[in-house]
Write a protein that binds this ligand. Structure first.
Ligand code: CMC
Length: 455
């Protein structure tokens, strides 16, 4: 039975608003009819407290540090699943059975290559182009090779397009890297699994195959599945926004790539590494840096710290920190940036500035050290995040696409610009030529020809 909340407005009117309770007991007030009934809208700049949709994909309890994909704890998924099984779980709602797994795996293999004439696009970018630019542009470009993919007619077609995107995003990412370092683009291999194949395309050379260690493959698999979905974050909300206008899947996820790029979102993993590099190469101590962060005038943040939803700890960061230690030990790497990161974490977590604001390491704090150990250059970090987030974007796109009642996302606003004003004629003179009046500012540098009409 629906329960109602009562809202009393300044003029004394009261309105009844239905409440909604989610699977995990999270509560919401449904304000969809508020404006129609009262003339009021709600205002929540930055969506600090706005549920933009109902979704059955991912659950987060930020206070308790809980993250679940389709009901499964992310810790269990991390222990038992490959990135691709995680993708199937997110997109179709259930873990795949052996037949579904084999079919999807075959599709991923089949779709892994880029059309041969697509490869010329990489040469069209300047050498300094950021790979996120290349990725978003080329995901959009990919759609033009996948006609009639603009409309997805049935489940089989949806599976085919999803496989193409998941598989090709990895091929594009590796090719963007290869072209940025002036090396030949490697073809995918049909005998390798998803993660190994990506590492092969990144690091093999025509004269030497790259053989990743089991630890490296496991660390990248973990990185990808921990990024696979995170409910209504900035890029996923962007994908849903674009999809709600009935844009195709390629256009919607390409928009997601652009939204991810910002350094407060997916770009934070690159920003963390740049921060650690800066600390390593300067005389600044960790304490000095923390003091600078706290001094708001410096305008810098402790990158990889804080989260809109997690107010205790980010479970992904815990898993990645563990994996980071394990990987560096197994590879016998001593990265001084890991020492700096640990010290930053220890100093921040004992400082009231961070404790009182509930700022803890997020997923980006340790991930960069893992990616660096794998040989991935800093500029590719956010690209790796995008590869990881692809299943979540596809799952959210599907949720919109499958809904028969979905409306276009179209928020309202409170206008704060000028009140209506009277039109003032700005022009001191205008000339009529062939029946058209030409405004004076366009004539500013031109002498008046004899005989023209001016006013
Ligand atoms: N360093 C220093 N102060 C911070 C930080 C930080 N990393 N994060 C938040 N604060 C302060 C902020 O200045 C504000 O202080 P006050 O209340 O005195 O004005 C308070 O904490 C609340 O911050 P906010 O910006 O209002 O919080 P938000 O929920 O809008 O922002 C955030 C969340 C992730 C953008 C922010 O914590 C941040 O900028 N972190 C650094 C960037 C980062 O690591 N981003 C990756 C997020 S996780 C990956 C992903 O899902 O995208």
């Amino acid at each position: 039975m629906t329960e109602y909340a009562t809202l009393t407005l300044p003029d004394g009117r009261a309105t009844q608003l239905p409440t909604i309770v989610g699977t995990e007991g999270e509560q919401a007030v449904d304000i969809a009819r508020l404006r129609a009934d009262t003339g009021y809208i709600t205002l929540d700049d930055g969506y600090m407290n706005t549920g933009s949709c109902q979704s059955a994909i991912t659950f987060i309890d930020g206070e308790a540090g809980i993250l679940r994909y389709r009901g499964y704890a992310v810790q269990d998924i991390a222990k038992h699943c490959s990135f691709i099984e995680t993708a199937q779980l997110l997109i179709w709602g259930e873990l795949p059975n052996p037949e579904q797994k084999a079919r999807f795996s075959a599709l991923l293999t089949e779709k892994s290559t880029l059309p041969e004439d697509f490869r010329r696009h990489f040469a069209a970018f300047p050498v300094h182009a950021h790979p996120m630019s290349i990725l978003s542009a080329l995901i959009n470009a990919l759609q033009t090779y996948d006609i009639p993919g603009l409309v997805i007619d049935d489940e089989e077609e949806f599976e085919r397009v999803s496989a193409a995107l998941l598989s090709k995003v990895r091929t594009i990412a590796a090719a963007a890297y290869k072209s940025s370092v002036g090396e030949p683009i490697m073809y995918p291999r049909y005998d390798l699994r998803y993660v190994e194949n990506f590492l092969h395309m990144m690091f093999s050379k025509p004269y030497r195959d790259y053989e990743p260690s089991a630890e490296a493959t496991a660390a990248l698999n973990l990185f990808l599945l921990l990024h696979a979905d995170h409910e209504q974050n900035c890029s996923t909300s962007t994908v849903r926004m674009v999809a709600s206008g009935q844009a195709n899947m390629y256009a919607s996820v390409a928009a997601g790539v652009c939204a991810l790029w910002g350094k407060l979102h997916g770009g934070a993993n690159q920003a963390v590494m740049e921060m650690l590099n800066q600390l390593r190469s300067s005389d600044m101590t960790v304490k000095d840096y923390i003091a600078k962060v706290k001094d708001r005038e410096a305008g810098i943040r402790l990158m990889g710290f804080g989260h809109r939803v997690y107010r205790s700890f980010d479970p992904r960061a815990v898993l990645l920190k563990e994996a980071c230690d394990g990987l560096l030990n197994s590879m016998q790497i001593h990265d001084p940036r890991l020492d700096i990161a640990r010290e930053l974490e220890a100093v921040a977590l004992s400082d009231d500035y961070f404790v009182s604001r509930k700022l803890y390491p997020n997923v980006d704090f340790y991930s960069g050290i893992i990616l660096t150990a794998l040989g991935i250059p800093t500029e590719m970090f956010t690209v790796l995040f995008a590869i990881g987030r692809m299943p979540g974007w596809i799952a959210n796109w599907k949720e919109i696409y499958d809904s028969s009642t979905q409306k276009i996302y179209r928020p309202r606003q409170i206008y704060t610009g000028p009140a209506p004003r009277e039109w003032q004629n700005r022009f001191v003179r205008e000339r009529t030529t062939g029946g058209f009046k030409i405004p004076a500012d366009l004539l500013a540098d031109q002498p008046d020809p004899a005989g023209s009409e001016t006013a």
